[in-house]
Write a protein that binds this ligand. Structure first.
Ligand SMILES: Cc1cc2nc3c(=O)[nH]c(=O)nc-3n(C[C@H](O)[C@H](O)[C@H](O)COP(=O)(O)OP(=O)(O)OC[C@H]3O[C@@H](n4cnc5c(N)ncnc54)[C@H](O)[C@@H]3O)c2cc1C
Length: 511
């Protein structure tokens, strides 16, 4: 049976009667795009420059520890289930997704703790301890978040937004939702306690935006989490990536590693395929780029062919922050530390100014600490814990020399964790690896080393963001964090869904 299936896959992957689609990059957006195009009759080849799939969600193993490099907070599982269903399969057969309760712990600089979840009684009791006067406002915030979700996620997330008319048609809805306001402004209009204002407004940091200038549309994330939960797969996020690659191969399509695209070939104004750095060429009727959108235009398409995304516009675009990530394993357990902890420093607005505006490396930080072994102990050797700690830092548009700054910065984070959540940490670290903005630039080909592509500001959203159907080149499509709707696993999966609207049916290509 397995042999027959393989034989069928081999045959369909070479089937010259089917139009060919090339996908550049194997991030979540690229893999989801490949599945959707495969389902619609295309023969798909995914070309990935790295030696394994996932992009930001790459997995590395070191000294018996398994580290997911990127996404760990899995929301909107129905978007993944859709992809399995398209292939006639069940997500649950391939991935054991566990629902987390609480979703995450926020530990404020004064030592107070808020365990965020969709358990109303627990949230009410905690808010009453923080600021009883804010409970009613919290309820009103949740109602606002739901209203935003219903419009922005359910109705706008998979609209292509490639005509100005879409924007004009939907503008009244966006205005009615107050999308001109910032997410921090929205939270502050409902609650007074500064810690609660943080808890209701920090979500854009998960997609690279500064809550003080990111549109309140991102207020939808609170409802998304509340309605669908926060999850983590046994075996790590990499299990989902492997599952997606399995679906692609099952459709008879191919995923090639070590295949860096140097150029998108264009004839007239139409994409005709790609050329790899090695010189190898692939002809294609459809080219989808999951590479950073600004790098797609700036590096893969010659300047004379571009009218909207000129070199000048790419240089002037506003980029998301970057990240410093320290992955480490300990030869002891920290059972009191939950799966996800957000450690909030004393400065909120000013620290974000350092990161987004001044672009300097501050001495203090706010951190996200991931302890996946809280949910799956097999991600580390027996009696050991796997961790990563992530600190938002400026992108490479600043003047930080990461070659010399990285190790002292890691040490100061280590000391901070040692003195707060992880006593004796410094004596128990047995494996260690860091990722700096240079890795985002050099490994993942991200402009400015930005961790989440273009910043999610109102003037870089929807029609203003690079379109999913390229406005420059026919037959070229964009998916992933740098196009509509934006970063985060749900965002990039939604970007692939837009392709179903904008890519013509395979049957329409004469062969
Ligand atoms: C540390 C970290 C933690 C995060 N945590 C979360 C989280 O908990 N929850 C959440 O929802 N989101 C999270 N995110 C955001 C989320 O991971 C990303 O927005 C999303 O995974 C990006 O997917 P993408 O489709 O844009 O592709 P990417 O992951 O950016 O992948 C693009 C791929 O294209 C390849 N590529 C680029 N150029 C070329 C080329 N020329 N030729 C061939 N290949 C090329 C790259 O190598 C890469 O593999 C996190 C991000 C980071 C960095």
């Amino acid at each position: 049976m397995l042999l027959n299936f393989r034989a069928m896959s081999e045959q369909t992957s070479k089937d010259p009667a089917r139009p060919h689609a090339v996908v550049i990059g194997s991030g979540f957006g690229g893999l989801a795009a490949a599945i959707r195009l495969g389902k619609r009759g295309f023969r798909v080849t995914v070309l990935e420059q790295l030696d394994a799939p996932g992009g930001r969600a790459y997995v590395f193993r070191q000294d018996g520890f398994t580290f997911d490099a990127g996404p760990t907070i899995i929301t909107a599982p129905f978007l993944l289930e859709d992809l399995w269903q398209l292939c006639g399969r069940r997500f649950a057969d391939d991935v054991d997704l566990r629902s987390l309760q609480p979703f995450y712990r926020i530990r404020f600089f004064d030592g107070s703790i808020l365990d965020c979840s969709n358990d109303d009684a627990s949230m009410a009791a905690q808010i009453n301890r923080f600021a009883p006067g804010d409970l009613a406002g919290y309820g009103r915030f949740l109602a606002a978040s739901e209203a935003i979700y219903k419009v922005a996620f359910e109705r706008l997330g998979h609209v292509p937004f490639d005509s100005w008319f879409d924007m004009v048609r939907l503008a009244p809805e966006l205005v009615r939702l107050g999308s001109y306001r910032t997410i921090y402004g929205l939270a502050a209009s409902f609650v007074k306690d500064s810690r609660l204002r943080f808890a209701l407004s920090f979500h854009p940091l998960f997609v690279g935006g500064n809550p003080f200038n990111t549109t309140s549309v991102y207020g939808l994330i609170a409802f998304l989490e509340r309605r669908w939960g926060v999850h983590f797969p046994i075996g790590g996020t990499g299990r989902i990536v492997d599952g997606l690659v399995g679906l692609i191969r099952g459709q008879g399509s191919q995923v090639r590693y070590g295949a860096k695209v140097a150029e998108i070939s264009v004839s007239g104004n139409r994409a005709t395929g790609v050329r790899l750095v090695s010189g190898e060429r692939f002809d294609a009727e459809v080219v989808v780029s999951n590479a950073d959108s600004m790098a797609t235009y700036g590096d893969l398409i010659p300047a004379p062919l571009r009218h909207r995304w000129t070199d000048r516009k790419i240089a002037r675009a506003r980029y998301s922050m970057s990240l410093f990530v320290w992955y480490f394993g300990t030869n002891r357990l920290y059972p009191e530390v939950p799966h996800h902890t957000i450690l909030v420093g004393a400065r909120y607005r000013e620290l974000l100014r350092d990161i987004f505006d001044r672009k300097v490396l501050a001495d203090d930080f706010s951190l996200y600490l991931h302890r996946p072994t809280a949910t799956d102990p097999l991600l580390a050797p027996p009696a050991c814990d796997a961790f990563y700690v992530l600190s938002p830092v400026p992108h490479l548009g600043g003047n930080i020399d990461w070659q010399s700054a990285a190790e002292p910065y890691r040490r100061s984070i280590s000391r901070f964790l040692n003195d707060t959540l992880l006593p004796d940490l410094e004596r128990h670290v047995v494996t260690s690896k860091i990722m700096t903005p240079l890795d985002f630039r050099d490994r993942l080909s991200a402009r400015n080393g930005a961790a989440f592509g273009l910043a999610p500001e109102l003037t870089q959203s929807a029609w203003f963001r690079p379109h999913n159907r390229s406005e420059e080149i026919q037959g070229l499509y964009l998916v992933g964090a740098g196009t509509h709707p934006g970063a985060g696993v749900p965002g990039v999966l939604s970007s692939a869904r837009v392709l179903d609207t904008v890519v013509p049916d395979a049957a329409s290509f004469k062969h």
